[in-house]
Design a protein. Structure first.
Length: 287
């Protein structure tokens, strides 16, 4: 039972970390129609900045998270304005080639500025150790990752489905010309959406650093993982992304616990099976 409980906790925490990072990619792919393969690079930037803020500047864990999110968004704003805006509505191949190029540029610059070594982010004292649940103990950081995932899911769902901004975003996606004619500043809507997606990637990169270590080729190592999660969940669907992350996280974690020699075999086997049954993803929308 101890092993089962450990698998369940690690799977839930891993799934939530995947969700926090990949939900921004789901938003850009499903709502903004942009295949942003550089999404993992922004998570890596967030992790590097948080590591520098916590280790070199001596800031606390909370301040390191804030610094990582804010700084990553600031870095992303000119990229959105001068690069990404050129590929909105472009063919998917053009978007893939552009964003892969951005990924390699970010990797090269990060390695030059921060060094080609794995970076750690010291946890706050409150997040170290374990919490006693009465019948079992659970690492506090795992619990923190789970709560972060739930908070992001609820906040993002509310923003898209229940706010004026969400209405304008969905209108801009459905018919940008008509939305602009009605007074919606579509370029601002896209820029804000992109900033939110990048900020969530940075947040996930910091919170998930214990499970997905921040290292020089982070952006490439996990690029396929983030893309697969979005595809399985259905691009643009928050519930679909959450279910996909929890399901794939559980399968991957269980496989690594019980048969570690198989690596990611069970993860991708599950992906193939799900896509065969649900070609548009678990909650994908018909185009």
């Amino acid at each position: 039972m101890q092993t089962v409980f450990s698998i369940a906790v690690d799977a839930l925490a891993y799934g939530m970390v995947l969700f926090v990072i990949s939900i921004g990619l789901s938003v850009t792919m499903g709502l903004m129609r942009v295949v942003n393969l550089a999404h993992g690079a922004f998570a890596m930037i967030g992790g590097y900045i948080a590591s520098y803020a916590a280790r070199d500047l001596g800031l606390g864990y909370a301040m390191a998270i804030i610094a990582a999110v804010v700084a990553t968004i600031i870095i992303a704003i000119p990229l959105e304005r001068f690069l990404y805006r050129r590929i909105y509505g472009a063919p998917e191949l053009t978007q893939v080639l552009m964003t892969i190029g951005i990924t390699f540029c970010i990797i090269g610059m990060s390695n030059y500025l921060m060094g080609p070594t794995l970076k750690t982010i010291p946890l706050a004292a409150a997040l170290q150790g374990s919490a006693d649940l009465g019948f079992r103990t659970i690492p506090v950081h795992r619990l923190f990752a789970i709560l972060c995932g739930l908070a992001v899911a609820l906040a993002l769902w509310f923003a898209i489905e229940r706010t004026n901004f969400g209405v304008k975003l969905r209108a801009s996606v459905d018919d940008a010309a008509m939305a602009a004619a009605l007074g919606v500043r579509t370029e601002i809507i896209y820029a804000v959406s992109f900033a939110i997606a990048v900020g969530l990637a940075a947040l996930g990169g910091v919170v998930g650093a214990e499970l997905l270590p921040v290292e020089p080729y982070y952006a490439l190592r996990y690029m396929v993982t983030f893309l697969v999660v979005v595809s399985v969940g259905g691009a643009g669907s928050i519930p679909g992304a959450l279910i996909a992350c929890l399901l794939l996280g559980a399968i991957d974690t269980t496989g690594r616990y019980l048969m570690p020699e198989f690596g990611e075999f069970f993860f991708y086997l599950a992906v193939i099976a799900i896509i065969c049954v649900f070609p548009r993803g678990l909650a994908g929308r018909a185009k």
